[in-house]
Design a protein around this ligand. Structure first.
Ligand code: GDP
Length: 443
């Protein structure tokens, strides 16, 4: 019996999900994205070549693996075509291996403009979006005036009607705007023609895969603390990045999810606005930012950096039912004299140990830290837990205790091979064949 697993971000994104998904991919027949859009940015290095994928699952770099874009994803056809063309230039063909849900909503050309406008209107209270039209596309979806991929392939008259209504709604939002719906319609028809060979019924495909005992990895974009319902609202993304998004965004039942792997960095980062209780400033923040190359893969924006926050990861574990953590970027902490783990937030009245809904509770809160000795020797490239310096082992053991989840995978560098897979961990049970770190080595 095969096991489908979900791999998702346990913090505020950019945890290094791309690498983890990439190294596990050969054990699955398909990788499926369930939410988000081309605001995600996975960076994967294979044989020294850098790949940044925004929309297509990074599984596409593995021959024979089917890559799926679920109904919960919002698709910018131009962004998708660009990615397909870039991959083709690098020698990766997607035809026959890419399946896009007919129910996925389309990001329309002017959604981006609406995104920029709504951020400008918020002024000081801006969310810090990537301005790619993702939020406005989800707004249209929930407002029941969205346009789905199946609409591009069906009755042209009906599509014309829908586009006209959608453009009308947009013209009412943007004052003094008189966008003509016809060029939008014509562009969508052309997009539909190119998309057509990849479009299908994702839920049905996944049901068949299950019946045939072919396992699938469900790949999350963004992360739990950016989830529209469970994240630090309103500084969140517009979709369910946490586990619930798998069912709604792909049309699979909860019983199809056999395991949940949360990806967490050995420290914490965040892009854009919103609370980050363990945020550091000055030399230490710069040290983490430079050491971890903490600059957005999609936007190049510098990321805010802070210590590992166990309150956040414990919360993520609860929301998602994490079976295990893949702890990434341990090597970035190499050489620090001390390392800190946040176990609570001290407010004027109390110490919070559960993540609060009302962000105002965090505004004057001080993190409560466990302080541990750092390690002088390097962890970079380690492939066995026992090979880590004793202080690094202690740090991880303490993280596990306070986060309440075992670290089954520890990433010690950006290359696939720079990975520890703990003996006896649940990960071995999920995979179709023996996971041997030596097999990950390339070249
Ligand atoms: P994602 O969206 O969660 O995949 O995250 P990003 O792609 O933004 O960030 C991951 C970046 O960190 C990429 O450049 C990876 O190559 C790199 N990375 C992943 N794991 C590690 C690690 O263990 N150590 C180091 N130093 N870099 C890593």
């Amino acid at each position: 019996m095969s096991t489908n697993i979900a791999v998702l971000g346990a913090q505020w994104g950019d945890e290094g999900k791309g690498k983890i998904v990439d190294m596990l991919t050969p054990h699955f027949s398909a990788v499926a994205r369930y939410q988000g859009g081309h605001n995600a940015g996975h960076t994967v290095y294979v044989q020294g070549k850098k790949f940044v994928l925004h929309l297509i699952p990074s599984g596409i770099l593995h021959p024979g693996v089917t890559c799926i874009i679920g109904n919960g994803v919002v698709v910018d056809p131009q962004a998708l075509f660009k990615e397909v063309d870039d991959l083709a230039r690098m020698g990766v063909e997607v035809d026959g291996r890419l399946l896009v849900s007919e129910k996925a909503h389309v990001i329309l050309p002017y959604h981006r403009e609406l995104d920029v406008l709504s951020e400008a209107r918020r002024g000081e209270r801006k969310i810090g979006t990537t301005s790619r039209g993702i939020g406005p596309a989800y707004e249209d979806k929930i407002g029941r005036r969205g346009i789905r991929i199946c609409d591009l392939l069906g009755d042209r008259q009906a599509l014309a009607e829908e586009v006209r209504e959608n453009v009308h709604a947009r013209n009412q939002i943007i004052k003094e705007s008189t966008l003509d719906w016809k060029p939008v319609f014509e562009q969508l028809v052309a997009h539909g023609d190119r998309l057509q060979p990849w479009v299908g019924d994702v839920s049905l495909y996944l049901a068949k895969a299950r019946a045939e005992d072919r396992s699938v990895m469900f790949e999350g974009a963004q992360a739990t603390l950016l989830d529209i319902d469970h994240g630090t609202y309103p500084f969140v993304t517009s979709s369910n990045a946490s586990i619930g998004g798998v069912c709604t965004g792909l049309g699979v039942p909860p019983s199809a999810i056999g395991g949940v792997l949360g990806v967490a960095k050995a420290y914490t980062t965040r892009v854009g606005e919103g609370p980050l209780p363990t945020e550091l400033s000055g030399a230490l923040a710069d040290r983490l930012r430079e050491g971890g190359q903490e600059y957005g893969a999609s936007t190049g924006r510098p990321r805010r950096c802070g210590w590992y926050d166990a309150v956040v990861v414990r919360y993520s574990a609860r929301i998602n039912g994490l079976d295990a953590i893949a702890l990434t970027k341990l090597d970035v902490l190499d050489g620090l004299p001390e390392v800190h783990i946040c176990t609570g937030y001290r407010t004027a009245k109390t110490v919070l140990t559960e993540f609060p809904a009302d962000l105002r509770a965090l505004s004057n809160a001080e993190p409560v830290y466990d302080t541990l000795p750092g390690w002088k020797s390097v962890t970079k490239g380690a492939t066995r837990f026992e090979a880590l310096p004793p202080e690094a082992q202690r740090y991880i053991t303490r993280l596990e205790e306070v986060s309440g989840v075992p670290c089954a995978i520890i990433s010690t560098g950006s290359d696939r091979a720079e990975t520890i897979v703990r003996d006896g961990s649940v990960v071995h049970r999920w995979l179709s064949k023996e996971l041997n770190v030596d097999d990950l080595r390339v070249g």
